[in-house]
Design a protein around this ligand. Structure first.
Ligand SMILES: [Zn+2]
Length: 468
């Protein structure tokens, strides 16, 4: 049985910051104990590997609950495979991803799930789970939801946007929510009024407004707020909890806050792009703005302060990436002359932990809150806690040694995602991942990738552990 000791670091979880050594046996955390005690001296003597973490943070690996590896979208595919994307995640200190398996219209959930298993099987460097996108709510797929929950696919994403592709009308949404209320499945919502947005898209294009920045204008903040409000009311009627993905507008966040003040099980996620980027990026000339096209869209800078506040007050609970990369060359370019044909999505799975550490440095959030929104809460929200998301006896030894003083500059030249640009090109970050363990096995060691495709295991999940 292999034993690893992490010595001398500051262990930070959502709950505590303690100077402690960590003992790992057979892939799990066995014990934490004070540095330099008689007790821990014995650990090092019998260890196969001793990691010196003096001056460093010892944190649980990140849990990114929103990724789209190889997602088909607009006639092309997201450019990261499970192999390249999960490796990039590890480079950035994320040790678990939850990706979205896709049900297509006319097909079963099972077919969609099988397809995603085939894509990910033996490819991942870190552990992974699946949510299910419900694109076709009908009697059969509603019944299948029960089976999937039993199997560990315990969350289902519905879309109020993208008519004709993923869109569900209010009746379908209500039925899925009722089913979720009964079987424990958590409904995740893409909350934008897609029917109204499509009218504005048509009008913008007819008026010759075709540049990337119009993508942001037609996807109006009020249409995010309206859909968020409607989703909350439908969930209330169905008696189901609700998790709203990629909240970007202050007005939508206000709807969540109002619902939470009433004590409802309504949760919200935001993403680094909404915290660090804005419509200024969408307006970049020479079609560069297309690099920042995603839905919900980037908002004017003023929204950022509201999102940071929401993260501090727990009106937003999770920061995921919605990692869905498309290369500028040949993919984003499909939308030259028509913003509605730009594939929607941004790369980011590698950058999340660093950007949120920068937020600690900048004073937006505390260190413990960093770990809470990036690891502990996503693990709880999606039924992986305490196996993932913390450092405690019995937890998987998914651990990152993080150097809080290292300086780095984010760039497509040095990142590991399979995409030809970075959304954060040139951004200076204080802090960097040094070592990453996945179930006790080194994946990143002293800034070298030492993991392998296939180490990462499919991880069935329990139901939501975050309900109030
Ligand atoms: Zn997404």
């Amino acid at each position: 049985m292999s034993r690893t000791v992490i010595r001398g670091g500051l262990v930070i979880t959502a709950a505590d910051e303690v100077h402690a050594d960590v003992l790992i046996e057979a892939g799990r955390v066995v014990a934490l104990a004070a540095h330099d005690s008689e007790f821990t001296a014995g650990w090092s003597a019998s260890a196969d590997r001793v990691i010196d973490a003096a001056g460093k943070y010892v944190i649980p690996g990140g849990v990114d609950a929103h990724t789209h590896m190889e997602l088909p979208f607009g006639g092309t595919f997201a450019s990261d495979t499970f192999e390249t994307g999960s490796r990039a995640a590890a480079w950035g200190g994320t040790t678990t991803i939850i990706d979205f398996a896709v049900q297509s219209v006319g097909h079963s959930l099972r077919e969609g799930l099988d397809t995603w298993h085939a894509k990910a099987d033996a490819q991942c460097a870190i552990d992974y789970g699946f949510h299910m996108i419900l694109a076709d709510v009908n009697e059969d797929s509603l019944k299948e939801m029960d089976v999937l929950v039993e199997e560990g696919v315990t969350s289902f994403k519905l879309f109020m946007a993208y008519p004709g592709v993923f869109y569900s009308d209010d009746g379908k949404i209500l039925r899925a929510m009722q089913r979720g209320a009964a079987n424990g499945g958590l409904i995740m919502m893409h909350a934008e009024n897609g029917i109204a947005i499509d009218v504005l898209v048509e009008q913008a294009l007819a008026a010759g407004r075709t540049a990337p920045r119009y993508h942001g204008e037609v996807r109006h903040a009020l249409l995010e707020a309206e859909a968020t409000h409607r989703a909350i009311k439908l969930a209330q009627v169905a008696g189901s909890p609700l998790y709203v993905v990629h909240v970007s507008a202050e007005e939508a966040l206000a709807e969540l806050a109002t619902a939470r003040d009433k004590g409802l099980n309504v949760f919200g996620e935001t993403c680094p792009q909404y915290l660090f980027l804005s419509t200024d990026n969408l307006a970049e000339p020479d079609f560069e703005g297309s690099k920042y096209v995603c839905s919900t869209p980037l908002r004017p800078k003023e929204h950022q302060a509201a999102l940071w506040r929401g993260l501090r007050t727990n009106d937003l609970q999770v920061v995921s990436t919605d990692h869905c990369p498309f290369c500028f060359s040949g993919q984003k370019e499909l939308g030259r002359g028509d913003f509605s044909k730009i594939p929607n999505g941004l790369p980011g799975v590698e950058n999340r932990m660093d950007l949120l550490h920068q937020a600690v440095v900048d004073g937006h959030i505390s260190r413990r809150r960093w770990i809470e929104i990036a690891a502990a809460t996503p693990a709880r929200m999606f039924g992986l806690y305490p196996r993932k998301g913390t450092i405690a006896p019995g937890a998987d030894a998914d651990i990152v040694i993080y150097d809080p003083h290292a300086e780095q500059v984010i760039s497509a030249e040095t990142h590991h995602m399979n995409v030809d640009y970075s959304a954060y090109e040139g951004k200076r970050i204080t802090g960097q991942v040094e070592t990453v363990l996945s179930r006790g096995e080194p994946v990143i060691d002293g800034k070298t990738f030492v993991g392998r495709a296939g180490h990462g295991q499919y991880t069935p999940r329990g139901t939501c552990q975050y309900l109030i």
